[in-house]
Ligand binder design. Structure first.
Ligand SMILES: *[C@@H]1O[C@H](CO)[C@@H](O)[C@H](O)[C@H]1NC(C)=O
Ligand SMILES: *[C@@H]1O[C@H](CO)[C@@H](O)[C@H](O)[C@H]1NC(C)=O
Ligand SMILES: *[C@@H]1O[C@H](CO)[C@@H](O)[C@H](O)[C@H]1NC(C)=O
Length: 371
């Protein structure tokens, strides 16, 4: 009997080992397929298109860099092209050039005062000396999850309940504004600081859809307070706005409001913090005043996310959640579709307001909407 029992235990132990090995192997296989499947290929192709369109000035050198098209190496940083730091350097050079421009119009669009509003946008991870500036509609929820895990309140990204990510009382992710001046200064000087951007007009489309069409987080104030206020001031035909069937905010109302730089200021004060979903990156994060260590692009997130984790020294502690294929790609058809009913005059005003964001981060002027 004891002999049989021992057999049982041995068998059970062996099974445990096999299970562990299988799990480990599956992890490895998953990793490798992620790095080499056609999603990876797409990402590589995207680097080149990015170079052509987004970082157009620097495209020639980028395409001339042979390493960029090499297959990714196997290992923890497999999805970061070996010379992604040259992309970082180019972004830095462009940002610095645009920040230091002497054109008064562009100066106004690229500079802002660093105040409590900006400190409210920046989240602190003291344990690993990281600051993250929130730019809504650019996949920030995922980054916040990464930082919450790093701060130690939860041990994996998957464990964090969705409703807790944005509950800053409970998620253990303090804002820079919660600290005093000396403490803020110290962190701004020494911490790894980053944020993410995407094409400014695509971001506005995303904000419109998320807050005024779908509203998945049940934030009634967008449809019940903000939308009617915008419609009252910016809808051309008021007969329309009385008609119940067309009472919802239309993209053209939204665009007219966003492009009215002076007129909307008073409204924005009344709307309060909710406007962060369409304020410029300049207003949110002060990229010319605060020297960020890295500014990632949503369009190249497959490369930028692992690069950021590595640069911040946390790549072994946490991984960025899986990026669903296709969601980071810039979709000109979608942009054309949304802007198809908008007058040239309104698009021009809108562009004039967001021009700083286009210029600082190398997004090309959307000629297909403006010419
Ligand atoms: C400054 O920039 C604005 C907006 O881009 C442009 O219209 C204007 O011509 C520029 N001024 C000078 C002096 O270059
Ligand atoms: C700022 O906060 C730190 C840490 O809480 C504290 O030690 C320091 O005395 C504070 N400084 C001022 C000027 O209040
Ligand atoms: C781009 O957007 C259009 C219109 O919204 C959509 O039909 C199309 O599938 C999108 N293309 C890609 C590649 O996601």
């Amino acid at each position: 009997m004891p002999r049989r029992m021992r057999h049982h235990w041995l068998l059970l132990g062996a099974c445990g080992w096999v299970l562990l090995i299988v799990l480990f192997a599956r992890k490895l296989i998953n990793f490798n397929t992620r790095a080499t499947d056609d999603y990876g290929e797409k990402a590589k192709v995207q680097i080149l298109t990015q170079a052509k369109t987004i970082e157009s000035k620097l495209a020639q050198t980028l395409e001339g860099t042979p390493k960029l098209s090499d297959p990714p190496s196997v290992g923890p940083s497999a999805s970061v092209p070996t010379d992604w730091h040259t992309v970082e350097k180019r972004r830095e050079a462009l940002l610095s050039a645009v920040c230091n421009n002497s054109n008064d119009t562009l100066k106004k669009l690229t500079h802002t005062s660093v105040n409590t509003f900006v400190y409210d946008r920046i989240f602190v991870c003291d344990k690993h000396k990281i600051l993250f500036c929130q730019t809504p509609k650019v996949g920030n929820t995922q980054w916040k999850k990464v930082l919450i895990v790093l701060n130690g309140v939860f041990s994996t990204v998957e464990e964090i309940p969705e409703n807790l990510v944005h509950d800053h009382e409970k998620n253990g992710l303090p804002r820079l504004s919660s600290l005093n001046g000396t403490e803020i200064e110290k962190r701004l000087k020494t911490y790894f600081k980053f944020f993410i951007v995407r094409d400014p007009f695509e971001r506005l489309i995303s904000a419109f859809k998320d807050k005024f069409v779908k509203n998945p987080r049940f934030e009634p104030w967008y449809k019940h307070d903000i939308a009617p206020a915008i419609i009252r001031k910016y809808r051309k035909s008021h007969r329309d706005s009385n008609n119940k069937a067309s009472a919802g905010l239309r993209f053209e109302d939204f665009i007219r409001y966003l492009g009215d730089e002076t007129g909307r200021r008073h409204m924005d004060q009344q709307f309060g913090e909710h406007v962060i979903h369409w304020l410029t990156y300049v207003e949110l994060c002060a990229p010319c005043e605060i020297q960020y260590s890295f500014i990632g692009h949503h369009e190249t997130l497959e490369m930028d996310a692992p690069y950021i984790l590595k640069a911040a020294g946390i790549e072994r502690l946490v991984s960025y959640p899986t990026i669903p294929p296709g969601i980071t790609h810039y979709n000109q058809t979608k942009v054309e579709h949304y802007f198809s009913g908008i007058s040239k005059r309104d698009v021009k005003r809108l562009y004039a307001h967001y021009k700083g964001d286009f210029a600082l981060f190398g997004y090309p002027r959307p000629d297909f909407l403006l010419n």
